[in-house]
Design a protein around this ligand. Structure first.
Ligand code: ADP
Ligand code: ASP
Ligand code: MG
Length: 408
């Protein structure tokens, strides 16, 4: 009995009329004699609205209740989709995370899947169920509390279910034709990629491309899940995630991605001696700050400046944790400068391993547009820079052209 997982994102289940598209995609697979696990997101912007309601009560809230509230969005879309399928004479039922169960850590609002017990699903499939509609984004902790998997987490639910049920494929249906060379909303020059390596997709996702949640790509890579990204509203072959070896022509740069809301913090005049950087980042890590890029500037008279970046919504806590370190005399510095008007832009490609001059092209292109680079970081297959936010779109478009990505 071959199974496939089909995941429908928020825009693909935005209302009943739109959900009928999902029904017809599912019917096509049923006609191909497949059993289907359909994973759904909440309808349209439901999750954003639920977050807003929670925050209307207070900015400090019980994370367990936050998850219980957020998970309701997916419960509604799962059951509505089942009713539509039943109308077509299909044997379908809905499954919430706890009913499967999808077991997760207790890290509310950003839980990780620990295990999925698919016995109950399998039993139902054997007794005639054709479609299991699973509420994405949610699971259950060992304390019997509902958890959620972080924004965009339905992708991860889908890939994890595909891995645990040994599904033939995991098709991610969304509102674009596949994975593009950059966010198609930024430039009409963006081109859909037929294939992308897991590694490149992992970098693109973790550096800001929200088309797939980073954790879903990690799981796909680890469990060798065949993932396709497809458009819910059009026919087309989408983008296949595959091993690097399956891509004949290695592109030097496959994609450009960005993270809009970044901040740059500079701690001025800290002592330039062993152990100080450890203290700085210990303060930040205790406050759960996601520090990203780091640079230490040239030392002068045994004093140095340390610059790092983090998401803008963490700036307040980062500032408080450093100030606390200073008032507790754990850390000594002269001043803290904060720039909340920066964005991170990254170029990603496996071909970078074997080609030189990529950084030079990137920096020259930005320079020619008069865009100043504030911080740089690199890995084997990516280069990221921090720039002023107002130049973000211009920078994406200029780099897209410089690396000839519209000719891919
Ligand atoms: P869903 O609700 O289906 O999960 P998301 O909004 O999470 O959809 O992800 C799809 C969106 O990701 C697209 O509408 C697009 O704007 C954005 N996106 C960002 N980078 C890329 C990229 N490189 N390729 C395709 N889409 C991208
Ligand atoms: N509904 C959740 C969100 O908006 C999960 C998802 O869509 O994948 O983040
Ligand atoms: Mg998504």
């Amino acid at each position: 009995m071959s199974k496939i997982v089909m995941k429908f994102g928020g825009t693909s289940v935005a209302d009943i009329k739109i959900m009928k598209n999902a029904v017809s995609k599912i019917c096509e697979e049923i006609n191909n004699k497949k059993k289907v696990i359909a994973v759904v997101s909440a309808m349209g912007k439901t999750t954003d609205e639920l977050v807003k309601q929670v925050k209307e009560i207070s900015s400090i809230y019980d994370a367990r209740e936050y998850d219980a509230i957020l998970s309701t969005g997916e419960n509604i879309s799962a059951s509505l989709l089942v009713l539509l399928l039943q109308n077509e004479g299909i044997n379908a039922r809905s499954w919430q995370g706890w009913q499967i169960p999808i077991n997760t850590t207790e890290n509310h609002s950003n839980a990780r899947i620990l295990s999925i017990c698919s016995n109950k699903l399998e039993k139902k499939f054997s007794s005639g169920m054709q479609v299991a509609v699973v509420a994405g984004f949610q699971g259950i902790s060992k304390n019997n509390r509902i958890t959620t998997l972080g924004r965009g987490g339905s992708d991860t639910s889908a890939v994890a279910l595909a891995a645990s049920t040994k599904a033939e494929r995991c098709d991610i249906y969304t509102d674009v034709d596949g994975v593009y060379t950059t966010d198609p909303r930024i430039t009409s020059e963006a081109k859909k990629l037929d294939k992308i390596s897991y590694e490149e997709m992992l970098e693109l996702a973790s550096l800001g491309a929200k088309v797939l949640q980073t954790r879903s790509v990690e799981l796909a890579m680890q469990y060798k899940v065949k993932v396709r990204v497809l458009n819910s509203f059009n026919k087309g072959s989408g983008t296949i995630l595959c091993d690097e070896e399956e891509i004949m022509e290695k592109r030097v740069v496959s994609g450009i991605t960005f993270s809009k809301d970044e901040a740059k913090l500079t701690i001025l005049s800290v002592k330039d001696k062993p152990g100080v950087a450890g203290i700085v980042f210990d303060c930040l890590s205790k406050a759960n700050i996601n520090v990203d890029m780091i640079i230490q500037n040239i030392s002068d008279k045994n004093l140095t400046d340390v610059t790092f970046s983090c998401p803008t919504d963490q700036v307040k806590i980062a500032k408080e944790s450093l100030e606390k370190g200073k008032s507790n005399k754990i850390l000594d510095y002269n001043r803290l400068d904060i720039d909340t008007q920066v964005s991170k832009i990254s170029i990603v490609g496996i071909g970078m391993r074997s080609h030189s001059g990529i950084a030079q092209t990137m920096f020259k292109t930005l320079g020619d547009e008069n865009i100043n680079i504030k911080v740089i970081s690199t890995s084997e297959i990516k280069i990221s820079v921090l720039i002023e936010r107002k130049y973000l779109e211009l920078a994406v478009q200029a780099l897209h052209e410089a690396f000839k990505l519209s000719n891919i």
